[in-house]
Write a protein that binds this ligand. Sequence first.
Ligand code: ATP
Ligand code: FE
Ligand code: MG
Length: 354
Amino acid sequence: VLVLGIETSCDETAASVVSRETEGRGEILSNVILSQFDEHAAYGGVVPEIAARAHVEALDRVVQAAMDEAGVGFADLDAVAATAGPGLIGGVIVGLTTAKALALAAGKPLVAVNHLEGHALTARLTDGISFPYLLLLVSGGHTQILLVRGVGQYERWGTTIDDALGEAFDKTAKLLGLPHPGGPAVERAAARGNPNRFALPKPMFGRPGADFSFSGLKTALRIEAEAIAPLSEDDVDDLCAAFQRTVTLVVRNRIGHALDRFRAEFPEIAEPTLVVAGGVAANKALRAGLDAELSARGFRLVAPPLVLCTDNGAMIAWAGAERLALGLLDDLAAPARPRWPLDQLAAPMLGSGH
Ligand code: ATP
Ligand code: FE
Ligand code: MG
């Protein structure tokens, strides 16, 4: 089964062709990602209108490149999948409308994919893991702990009540004069810094449940920074080290609660799996903290390669293939949704919409 996937919900214009064998294994035939990094760099963040226009300009050739690289034609496809939300609505409309046009022209079914479901199912493409498992999604826009029961079946066990973790990295970087995107810059500075010089609050640490909060941490960091301004390079390094150590401790604590809950609900699973996804999963200190917490509790960590953890078309093509296998197709009226919580996936239409 061959599926073309299109992703345009943020600042990556991406398309991919994925094949799914009957026993459920996947193979990525192409994975083309055009990052709009330069377009947004001057603004220190993603500008929605600029993103939407850049998707319009780039998408046709990104799709063509994905098809060429895979060596397939539109007639060979079994479905066309695209992110239908959540995300920046202008970009989502560009990708979804393009997918509808291609599906209509080629006479193929359409799958309107929830972007978060793409992240949630990626580990099945890369590692063939089976349901149920836990997902920690830590990206620029999301910080969630999800129970993945099956395709279309998600329970949100934890979420941030304010900023996403990637956003907290980005805002910290901006505050300290480091370049965007902030995560890698903060990680580099933190590696040089002393994490013990500043004591930052650990929001939500020790509280019941698995929710997160990061906005207070950012404020505390700003107050520390203002108190010693102007900042030397060492000051910046030490602040980054304190920030990174604090968020790692918080994530370990929150995920620990979710692991305990998973154990209680699925005592029959001997070695359960936690999957990490999202750009922040690239952070080595966070990974090490997670590793320690998981091995202490007998969980296995599955971390897909980074290029599949950040936004990409392969995860959308794969989610499309998984839904196609279950007959979960959409018709050409499928709406683009700026907000679309994963635990509220609309009951999909069964059968072909064509
Ligand atoms: P979403 O997928 O939620 O719509 P997004 O596209 O912004 O949001 P990703 O592309 O998955 O998210 O990840 C980007 C985020 O990951 C940015 O906030 C970036 O700062 C962060 N990030 C990337 N590398 C690192 C790192 N090494 N350490 C910490 N954060 C990182
Ligand atoms: Fe994403
Ligand atoms: Mg991104």
